[in-house]
Design a protein around this ligand. Structure first.
Ligand code: UD1
Ligand code: MG
Length: 453
């Protein structure tokens, strides 16, 4: 049996969120609330925490089953009842770290300090607390001198107790044997008719067991998400943390306030992010790249020295020294090698463009492979869809596609081949050939005057 086990409570409905989605599945900086808590637990060396699931369990379970041990709480009868479900996993465990899946701002260093303090003091329980100017809604910490006496929930608190600003964050360390024993004794005799985990402190007090508090200096860590307002508040705090982190890592943010960077984004030093830019999901930006203004990249990679301006991209790979935008739209499966240019009003989907290829203006490139240094003239369209299936367009190295060419896929244009402007290409074009598909131009001299007569 391991000495230290973490239990994360995530079975509650989150009624105050007014959502069909279980509360812990709401996103904060691109990761679910629960993933944030699991991440913090992982960072203190606990690889597989127990997670109590219940409300919306299929959705919650599907998102975490690989990284956790899932325990089901069929009826949500309170936080004490939630932990009771984990009892079979806590036999012989020395220290139990209990957390709430709705407390995403908790820092690993705080958890580490909490565990250390708990284990060195040899107490039955250590509660992580915080001072809040507006403690409404949280359990209050009642002390006698410096000793913890009990935790009173908002709804059970007297007016005097409601004035207390030290609150229960919902994160605790317990001596395993003491927790197991106390859980058999709690009852739902309170304002909400629930089994409160916090009642174990009343039991500890009665039994004369030692308990203590550990107060975090960063009160933001206490933020428990019960409402959309609290979710927005946590998002703002977390986004600020992320910006401060990247600023300290050598990234330039011209306007931090209008720059949104998700939790899992990676930025190299000397990256510059211009205003009104969102970097989402698992996006990675290499050195000296300049992103923005007004750019949104989701799960994209951008190579060294590339420039991406006024662009929307998702699941796209952009190589080194590329120029993208303004007003480009890169869709999933786009792979651009080095020094590719994608200019204004160009959409690219599921296509591979080799080094030096250029699509400078007004094009749709879908399901295509474009060779090295090929030039795609303004207005070129790959007609990739026949109404049933998608087909491939292949353009060889150094090919020159004239403006407004329609490439009716499946079709291939060979190396160094040229297509005449305005052509609709339905047959393969051999290497080094010119393909023109156009009616002959007819000139009718003095047509205007004749018509006017
Ligand atoms: C709880 C604490 C309160 C503390 C606050 C911190 C209790 C009784 N109260 O209140 O002292 O200040 O957290 O945010 O513990 N859950 C289950 N099963 C249940 C009920 C809840 O798994 O039957 C889970 C929820 O999904 C949530 C967590 O436990 O992740 C906390 O529950 P919540 O209802 O948010 O408790 P609070 O009212 O916030
Ligand atoms: Mg809560």
């Amino acid at each position: 049996m391991p000495n230290l086990v973490a239990v994360i409570m995530a079975a509650g409905k989150g009624t105050r969120m007014k959502s069909k989605l279980p509360k812990v599945m709401h996103l904060l900086a691109g990761k679910t609330l629960l993933e944030h808590v699991i991440g913090a637990v992982n960072q203190v060396g606990i690889e597989r925490p127990l997670v109590i699931v219940g409300h919306g369990r299929e959705v919650v379970e599907a998102s975490i089953c690989e990284r956790t041990e899932v325990v089901v709480q069929t009826e949500q009868l309170g936080t004490g009842h939630a932990i009771m479900q984990a009892l079979p996993y806590l036999e012989g465990v020395q220290t139990v770290l209990v957390l709430s899946g709705d407390q995403p701002l908790l820092k690993p260093e705080t958890l580490h300090a909490l565990i250390k303090l708990h284990e060195t003091q040899g107490v039955s329980a250590t509660v992580l607390t915080a001072y809040l100017d507006q403690p409404f809604g949280y359990g209050r910490i009642i002390k006698s001198g410096e000793s913890l006496v009990k935790i009173v929930e908002e709804k059970d608190a007297t007016l005097a107790e409601q004035q207390i600003k030290e609150i229960n964050t919902g994160t605790y360390c317990f001596r395993g044997s003491a927790l197991r024993d106390a859980l058999t004794k709690i009852t739902p005799q309170n304002a909400q008719g629930e089994y409160y985990l916090t009642e174990v402190f009343d039991i500890f007090l009665r039994q004369g067991e030692k308990m203590q508090t550990y107060r975090t200096a960063d009160s933001h860590e206490a933020l428990g998400i019960n409402s959309r307002g609290q979710l927005a508040e946590a998002e703002a705090v977390f986004r600020t943390r992320i910006r401060e982190h990247w600023l300290s890592e050598g990234v330039t943010l011209i306007d931090p306030a209008s720059t949104f960077i998700d939790a899992e984004v990676e930025l190299a030093s000397d990256v510059t992010i211009l205003p009104f830019t969102r970097l989402l999901g698992k996006t990675r930006i290499e050195e000296n790249a300049v992103i923005g203004p007004q750019t949104s990249l989701e799960n994209c990679t951008v190579g060294c020295g590339s420039e991406v301006i006024y662009t929307v991209a998702k699941d796209a790979v952009i190589g080194e020294r590329c120029h993208i935008g303004p007003f480009a739209y890169l869709r999933p499966g786009t792979k651009l090698e080095a020094e590719v240019k994608v200019g204004d009003f160009v959409e690219i989907k599921n296509s591979w463009l080799e080094t030096g290829a250029k699509v400078p203006h007004l094009s749709y490139i879908g399901d295509a492979h474009i060779g090295k240094s090929a030039n795609i003239g303004a207005g070129t369209i790959t007609c990739n869809y026949d109404g049933v299936n998608k087909h491939l367009t292949k353009i060889g190295d150094y090919a020159f596609i004239g403006s407004n060419t329609n490439l009716v896929a499946p079709v291939e244009v060979g190396e160094h081949a040229v297509t005449g402007a305005g052509s609709t290409i339905t047959k393969n074009v051999p290497a080094e050939a010119l393909a023109v598909e156009r009616c002959q131009q007819v000139i009718k001299e003095h047509w205007y005057r004749k018509k006017m007569k």
